[in-house]
Write a protein that binds this ligand. Structure first.
Ligand SMILES: Nc1ncnc2c1ncn2[C@@H]1O[C@H](COP(=O)(O)OP(=O)(O)O)[C@@H](O)[C@H]1O
Ligand SMILES: [Mg+2]
Length: 238
């Protein structure tokens, strides 16, 4: 296969500067994710999973973190390691998006869910009218299984599972090529976990988005991923 990977990571090394000196969190990690593929990133707590996810979106604080190696989106995307903030801003949410473990952290309590999804859309479609963006938000809500009529709800009106659906809608609203889901179901009870995983997988297959699914749960990987990369103490096991 000569298809270009949607995400290409080479020799990624991330070192945090701390009061007690540099702490290496991730060492020499390399992987590709093809369009439409789901890669499971598995490892126990502290093994460096979130560190890799954040690096892929250039979310580490450059003043306190040294990121080395190469991260590219698509075959001809710009180098993201060391990229200026202007480049990262164009990529984040548009070409690559992230779903975090705790949906409440990702949502503002003060704005309706419809307005928040619409805003995520307008960041990368500044020419879209408010009305157009709200229409797009309503359509995204329906796609994640929430009736569009609930667009005017605030996050605290929703269950944990529904909030995570909103966050998924927000992550996918700009049709990203790469979705990074960091323990997207860990905060939910078992039955809801299953529903949310099924939803993510269904949307991922439908859109052909490449996905990195970060989890400490090998069962989740077996049910969801095409391939997996196992991490231990910041290094790849296989
Ligand atoms: N901002 C930070 N400053 C210093 N050390 C950090 C920071 N973030 C993570 N670490 C350390 O890096 C290692 C990997 O953390 P993390 O990527 O969050 O692991 P995981 O997501 O697999 O649980 C851990 O030892 C953690 O304590
Ligand atoms: Mg983590």
């Amino acid at each position: 296969m000569s298809r270009q990977p949607a995400l290409r990571v080479r020799d990624l090394t991330v070192t945090f500067g701390t009061a007690r000196g540099p702490v290496p969190a991730v060492r020499d990690i390399s992987f590709d994710v093809a369009p439409g593929e789901v890669l499971g990133l598995v490892g126990e707590s502290g093994s460096g999973k979130s560190t890799i996810g954040l690096a892929a979106l250039g979310l580490h604080d450059p003043a306190r973190t040294r990121v080395e190696g190469s991260i590219r989106l698509g075959g001809d995307g710009p180098e993201l390691v060391g990229a200026p903030e202007a480049v990262l801003k164009r990529v984040r949410g548009a070409k690559a998006a992230m779903v975090f473990q705790d949906a409440l952290d990702a949502l503002s309590p003060y704005h309706t869910i419809g307005a928040q999804i619409a805003e995520a859309y307008r960041v990368h479609h500044p020419q879209a009218s408010r009305k157009e963006a709200l229409r797009r938000a309503a359509a995204m809500l329906e796609r994640v299984g929430i009736p569009a009529a609930r667009a005017s709800d605030h996050p605290h009106h929703l269950s944990g599972g529904m909030r995570q659906r909103v966050v998924i809608a927000m992550a996918l609203v700009n049709d990203p090529d790469v979705l990074i889901a960091d323990e997207p179901t860990t905060a939910l009870d078992a039955r809801v976990q299953r529903q949310i995983l099924d939803l993510i997988r269904e949307l991922q297959a439908e859109t052909g988005t490449a996905m990195v699914l970060i989890t400490h749960d090998v069962g989740v990987v077996a049910a969801t991923c095409h391939r997996m990369l196992v991490l231990r103490a910041g290094e790849a096991l296989e």
